[in-house]
Design a protein. Structure first.
Length: 272
């Protein structure tokens, strides 16, 4: 975290949010910061407006560059495509995907944490994304209910939004399989499945047998780096399992072992 953000958070805790908003608006060219009626941060830019539980300072051009590198490395969505954005967070990738597929395309943005989901809805509404359907649920290997845990601001250290856990601690949320979501929402083909759910991808790939033949491309953030580089629990070691699950369903899977960032080296890109 930058020194500016640390100072801003400290001032925010002292009740100086209006001062923080003004200072941030001056520090970050082309961005205007304010707090909404629920105390969430709003970052208004010419190309998009992002709603977040913490001060969000990334520009749209920075977000777009990251999305194009991380999520569209194997396939760039085209006009009219359907993108399933699992682990949509506050909607950073959702906004970029929405622009790529255009008015004739469709984005299904899935986010589990209720507060993060409210920020996602705020981003969608304030950016006027008319081709996005937002769904508040965890994606898992069964329909039902699970608990999720998250940090105090619902944002993990790598902007990862939630972890699905099999316990009675945390916040209870609806759990859905990708198959049942496809049945309910009626999408016939998924041109790109993007998944970033902080270790829960192992459960998620167990629940997409029926939809798998309709998925053309997938970009999955596996989280082995959390265990291997940051001392995380063994359940973050998901890459081998996810790769095998996709290959068993007829996909060709590639990765980027030469990528500079450890987390990008754990991305998997599947296509059929």
């Amino acid at each position: 975290m930058s020194a500016i953000l640390k100072m801003a958070e400290a001032a925010d805790r002292l009740g100086l949010r209006p001062l923080v908003a003004r200072a941030a608006s001056l520090a970050y060219s082309g961005q205007h910061f304010e707090a909404d009626e629920r105390g969430r941060w709003v970052n208004r830019q010419a190309d998009a407006t992002f709603v977040s539980p913490i001060l969000h300072t990334a520009s749209y051009s920075q977000i777009e560059a990251a999305v194009l590198d991380n999520w569209t490395w194997e396939y760039l969505p085209q006009k009219g495509d359907t993108v399933l954005d699992v682990g949509a967070g506050i909607g950073e990738e959702t906004v970029v995907f929405s622009r790529l597929v255009g008015p004739s395309g469709r984005i299904i943005a899935v986010e589990a944490h209720p507060e993060t989901f409210s920020c996602l809805q705020g981003t969608i509404e304030r950016t006027r994304l008319t081709n996005v359907t937002a769904v508040n649920c965890a994606v898992a290997d069964h329909d039902g209910e699970l608990c999720i845990s998250a940090g105090p601001d619902h944002l993990g250290p790598s902007h990862l939004m939630n972890t699905v856990v099999n316990s009675h601690e945390g916040i209870k949320v609806a759990a859905r399989t990708l198959d049942s979501l496809a049945d309910e929402l009626g999408f016939q083909e998924v041109n790109l499945l993007k998944m970033n759910i902080e270790g829960a991808e192992r459960m998620a790939v167990e629940g997409f047998d029926r939809i798998a033949p309709r998925v053309r491309h997938a970009a999955i953030s596996c989280h082995d780096f959390v265990a291997t580089h940051f001392g995380g629990a063994p359940h973050y070691l998901t890459k081998d399992y996810v790769r095998a699950a996709f290959e068993a369903r007829g996909f060709t899977v590639r990765s980027r072992p030469g990528a500079a960032e450890s987390w990008v080296r754990d991305y998997l890109y599947a296509s059929r």
